[in-house]
Structures are given as C-alpha cells and as structure tokens.
Design a binder for this molecule. Structure first.
Ligand SMILES: NC(=O)c1ccc[n+]([C@@H]2O[C@H](COP(=O)([O-])OP(=O)(O)OC[C@H]3O[C@@H](n4cnc5c(N)ncnc54)[C@H](O)[C@@H]3O)[C@@H](O)[C@H]2O)c1
Ligand SMILES: [Zn+2]
Length: 455
C-alpha cells in the first residue's frame, strides 16, 4: 500500500500516472481497483493542501474535485474507501515528518490533539484555523456532505490532518478518536431542509452520528473533553413578557394571523402584545422543527454521555452565525448568505414578514473563539454563543445592500409556519464561565460579509 501511495510531489497529478500496485492495494483494502482509483484521486487532489505543500500546486484541483466523485466513492466502497483515504493521508503526513497524527507513533505527548468533526464546514473550518493558530494538533473528520459542499473547499488548513468519511461509520470514528484529548463536534446537517422528507437524513447525520461518536469515546479508557455545536433552535420561540402576566410562552403563531400580517405573538391569557427579552440558557427546550429536534437530541445524548462516563461536556448554542465561508443560497443556508447571494445576482433581498423580527447575528470568528475557550475550560453545560445585540432581519438586509451597493431589500410579508418571531440571547453565562464575549461588531461583520468568499 505504501508503495502505491508514496510518490513525489507529482501526486498532485490527478491522472495517477505514478500509482503502481493498485491490484495489491485493492486486495488489501477490499476495494475494487476502480474504486481505489477514485479514493486515490481524492488523496492526490487534496494532498498537497493537506500536507502543507508551500507550493500548493494542487490547490486549483481541489476546487475541481466534484462531489459526484466522492458520492460515488462512498456508495460503492463504504466503509473501506473512507478509511483508505484516512490511512493514505496519514501515511503521507508521516512521510512528510508533519506533527501529530494517529499514524505517527512519535507524536509528542505534550501537544494536544483535537478532533474536529465537520471541520471542512463553515464553523468547523474556522475552529480548525483557531486551534492550529493556537498550536494544537488537529484532526478533522468530515464527509464533505453534498448538500453542504458542491466541491471540496479551497480553505482546508494545511497544518491539519483530514479524514474524509462519515461520522456514522464506527470503525472510522474509533480510529479518529484514538489519541485525541478533546473533541469539537460540529458535523451535522444544518438548516431547515426542504421538506419533511429530509427527516431520516437529519436524524441519521445528527443523532446517529453523535451516538456513534459518543459510543466510541465511551469505549476509551479515559474520557475526552467534548464540545458540541448546538443551536438556539432548541429554544423554539424566544422569551417574551406580558405586562400583566410576566414571562409567558406564546403558542406557535397561527396561519390566519400571519396571513393578516399580524406577526407579533400575543399573550395567550390576555391577548396583549408581548415584549421580547434575551433568552437565558435555562429557558425551556422546545424544538419546533426536525432540525431543532435533532439538535436537542444531540444535547441530551451528550448529557447522558457526560453523566455515565464522567466526561466534561459543553453544548454551545450558537445563534445566527455569519461570515466568510458561509454556504451559498440553499434551503440549508442562513439568511445572511441568502441575502448576499440575491444582491450578488443583482436581485433585491426578499425579507419575510415585516422585516422587524429580531435575531442575534454572531460572527463566525467569534463562534470559533468560543469553541476554543470551551475546549480549554472546566465549565460544563449549555452556553449561548451570541453577540448579545439583537438586530432585525430587515436591518441585516438593508445594511448588507448598502455595503454591497445593491438593490434595496423588499419586505414581502411572506412567512414560514414554525419560524420564530424574535430570538436573541443572554450572553452572561458564557461571559462569566467561559470568558467569552463576541468581539466582531455587527457593522464590521456586515461590511466584511459584503465581499467575503462564500462557499
Ligand atoms: N451556521 C449557523 O448559523 C449555525 C447555528 C447554530 C448551530 N450550528 C451548528 O454548527 C455546526 C456547524 O454548522 P455549519 O454552519 O458550519 O454547517 P456546514 O454544513 O458548513 O458544516 C457541517 C459539516 O459537517 C459535515 N458533515 C455532515 N454530515 C456528516 C457526517 N455524517 N459525517 C461527517 N461529516 C459530516 C459536512 O460535510 C460539513 O462540512 C452544526 O452542528 C450546526 O448544527 C450552526
Ligand atoms: Zn397577558
């Protein structure tokens, strides 16, 4: 196997002209020769980037790696193929004398090895960059999910080790957690999805994936620190106060009211309008869609894991994350990137409801910083990761339009059943126990988003 994979820099050549012994490798790995060629293509294309080749000769190829290839590879050769990519990548890193990976028995004991699942994604990739910058050794496990990546991203960190495979694959996960001191669990299917037909995929990637990771972590002799990427969607609605009845939980908004343009939730006891307030972490969990249900389940599984193993587990409830590397305009992308895509295409951003719905937009570099703090902190439990400054969705659209110099937003009055009216966070607990405070202001973040590379 090593012979087939040991090759000089010309590995960047996706023609694979230099590979020999394919038949032997195929026999060893139970992957057909044709599938193996595909695996090696992935390795060949990504490798100089993964290896930190300063010449980055293959970086242009990374963008050309079509996910169809990976998909085909996954379907046809699972799970051997992903493991092979991992092994192949590890071999090369070892050959190259790079620091820290599981295939390198010489790895120095005093360097922290962190596993970042979903480390090729929007948030995960920034976590990887922060950890690497702080001197940690980082291993990434990511499937390059086709809904999330049309092609392999160009921003992979050359100092990290990349394992391309599925968190639902127990063998691969067992290999990935080996030697790891802490885990940042970002891998998930995100967004609201297109319809209920997505339910099995959401539960599979998010909950079965988390369960698989937790089981492998629980089998290790010593617990690893675990930080879960959770979400404010677990709260359902935000928090509201009635001047007569105090804190109240409004029912999901009724279609007739939304149809009539009455977007504000009202008190179910007296029908007065309600004042929104920042949501603290002890607010009731009330997931109101499939994605939210899978995030709540992730938290609950992680809490059970913490109780049974004694591991320290922290759930970071991100609010609306925005910034460079956001996925583009898809049903799974956040509103900021949907607006940005519209403006780039010369269209006016379409703002739902009356545009006055409040959110907490938190910059992705702040979210990455919160993850790094949590990985090093003794604090456990759930924490809001937010800016603490509510802004309306309409303001986001108009500020972004102004920054880009694009068409003024249109407020459409459209709505999605189940959407939250207002949700923004109390940031006190994260400040007190994690020492986390968002640093990137809304004005600065929106200005940057106007030109930031999306994915
Ligand atoms: N972006 C936000 O506004 C936001 C808000 C709250 C919470 N979150 C959470 O943050 C985390 C990261 O989200 P993101 O916005 O970076 O999304 P993303 O889609 O950019 O990243 C998720 C990554 O997970 C990978 N992945 C998916 N299924 C996998 C599997 N089965 N095995 C291995 N890898 C898999 C994908 O390939 C992708 O690279 C998620 O857990 C999400 O629920 C995000
Ligand atoms: Zn009331």
């Amino acid at each position: 196997m090593t012979h087939a994979l040991r090759h000089d820099g010309s590995l960047a050549d996706p023609e694979l002209a230099g590979f020999r012994d394919l038949e032997r490798v195929g026999a060893l790995t139970r992957v057909s020769e044709r599938e193996l060629v595909r695996v090696l293509q992935v390795v060949a294309v990504c490798q100089p980037v993964l290896l930190g080749d300063p010449r980055k000769r293959a970086s242009r190829h990374v963008g050309e790696l079509h996910l169809r290839e990976l998909d085909h590879l996954r379907l046809a050769a699972e799970p051997c193929a992903s493991a092979t990519v991992a092994a192949a990548t590890g071999e090369r890193r070892h050959d190259g004398g790079d620091r820290g990976n599981r295939f390198d028995p010489q790895r120095s004991a005093d360097v922290t090895l962190v596993l970042v699942t979903g480390g090729c994604g929007f948030v995960g990739s920034h976590v990887v960059d922060e950890l690497v910058a702080g001197g940690a050794d980082v291993r990434v496990l990511d499937l390059l999910h086709p809904l999330s990546h049309e092609r392999a991203p160009e921003y992979l960190n050359p100092e990290a080790e990349y394992v391309f495979g599925d968190i639902r694959d127990p063998e691969l996960v067992a290999q990935c957690v080996d030697g790891v001191e802490s885990v940042s669990h970002q891998a998930a299917m995100v967004g609201l999805g297109s319809d209920f037909g997505d339910v099995v995929d959401y539960v599979g990637h998010n909950d079965l994936g988390t369960a698989t990771l937790l089981r492998e972590l629980a089998r290790r002799p010593a617990p690893a620190r675990l930080v879960l990427a959770s979400s404010m969607v677990v709260y359902g609605e935000g928090r509201y106060r009635c001047e007569e009845h105090g804190l109240v939980r409004p029912e999901p908004r009724k279609q007739e009211r939304l149809e009539a343009g009455a977007f504000e939730p009202t008190c179910s006891l007296c029908s007065r309008s309600l004042a929104p307030e920042a949501v603290p972490e002890d607010a009731r969990i009330d997931p109101r869609n499939v994605y939210a249900a899978t995030k709540a389940q992730q938290e609950q599984l992680c809490a059970a894991f913490a109780r049974e193993t004694g591991a320290a587990v922290t759930a970071l409830r991100y609010h609306n994350v925005y910034g460079p590397r956001m996925p583009r305009d898809t049903p799974y992308a956040g509103v900021a990137s949907i607006f940005r895509s519209a403006l780039e295409g010369g269209r006016a951003p379409q703002v739902f409801e009356d545009g006055r719905q409040l959110r907490d937009f938190v910059h992705v570099r702040d979210v990455a910083a919160a993850n790094v703090l949590a990985l090093g902190a003794p604090a456990t439990g759930a924490f809001n990761v937010a800016s603490g400054e509510p802004h309306s969705v309409g303001d986001l659209a108009s500020d972004l339009a102004a920054a880009i110099g694009g068409a003024a937003p249109e407020t459409t009055g459209d709505y999605r059943l189940g959407d939250v009216r207002h949700v923004f966070a109390s940031t006190e607990r994260a400040a007190a126990e994690l020492g986390f405070r968002a640093k990137v202001s809304f004005a600065e973040g929106v200005r940057e988003l106007a030109t930031a590379p999306l994915r």
